[in-house]
Ligand binder design. Structure first.
Ligand SMILES: Nc1ncnc2c1ncn2[C@@H]1O[C@H](COP(=O)(O)OP(=O)(O)OP(=O)(O)O)[C@@H](O)[C@H]1O
Ligand SMILES: [Mg+2]
Length: 199
């Protein structure tokens, strides 16, 4: 009897996963100003991808700061640490077939470059999406009331207003949201992933 004839070996062969587009992981990082639409678009895309059978995880900036990055502040160094931590986890998940959506401001180009480099070193796909909503529209949306608080002098260090935001120079995709429905922007993102063989 060869080993291939044993029940265990036969079972293992039957259980082998079929290869397909759903198996390929990637990190899709949505960077942009507060209220740009990162979280909204990430969850809209996540719902659609899950419905299509993909494994999906959303690493939202706010949630991460409550747990993984609890205790970090908003200095340049802490913001960098926050982004590289998220990038570390994202890469691990993406390397195992998960579509990781990271709606995280990530204001500094060198932080994003470090995350990209880590993915590249491990051969894991990394796509940088600039949710390029102009600051004036973000301030109008002001989902968390931060722009109003900054204007009233109650807070400082708001990204894009009195703290730096280094917009990506060469993102894989620059997404406009002004004058567009959430569904339309989410659809554009889905088309983009489809073109990359990821959806
Ligand atoms: N085309 C669009 N795409 C995304 N969001 C849109 C669009 N049009 C309007 N919006 C609205 O803009 C707001 C974006 O808020 P959201 O919380 O997603 O921003 P964010 O980028 O995650 O901000 P933060 O960095 O503060 O977490 C939502 O109220 C959303 O409904
Ligand atoms: Mg958000």
């Amino acid at each position: 009897m060869t080993t291939a004839d044993t029940p265990a070996a036969a079972g293992a062969a039957e259980a082998a996963p079929s290869a397909g587009p759903c198996e390929r992981g990637a990190t899709v990082w949505l960077t942009g100003l507060p209220s740009a639409g990162k979280t909204t678009l990430a969850f809209a895309l996540a719902d659609r991808l899950r419905a299509e059978g993909h494994k999906v995880e959303v690493l939202d900036g706010d949630e991460i700061r409550e747990f993984l990055s609890k205790g970090l502040g908003f200095s340049r160094e802490d913001r960098h640490t926050n982004v590289t931590r998220i990038g570390f986890v994202a890469e691990k998940l993406a390397a195992n077939g998960v579509k990781v959506l990271a709606p995280v401001i990530a204001p500094f180009a060198d932080s994003r470059a470090a995350v990209r480099e880590r993915h590249g070193a491990n051969g894991t796909a990394f796509l940088e999406i600039h949710v390029a909503t102009p600051v004036e529209l973000c301030a109008e949306r002001d989902v968390k009331g931060l722009y109003a608080k900054q204007a009233a002098g109650e807070i400082s260090g708001l990204t894009g207003v009195d703290d730096p935001y280094e917009a990506p120079e060469n993102p894989e995709l620059r997404l406009q949201t002004q004058g567009r429905e959430v569904a339309d922007s989410a659809a554009e993102l889905h088309v983009f992933l489809t073109e990359r063989g990821l959806a």
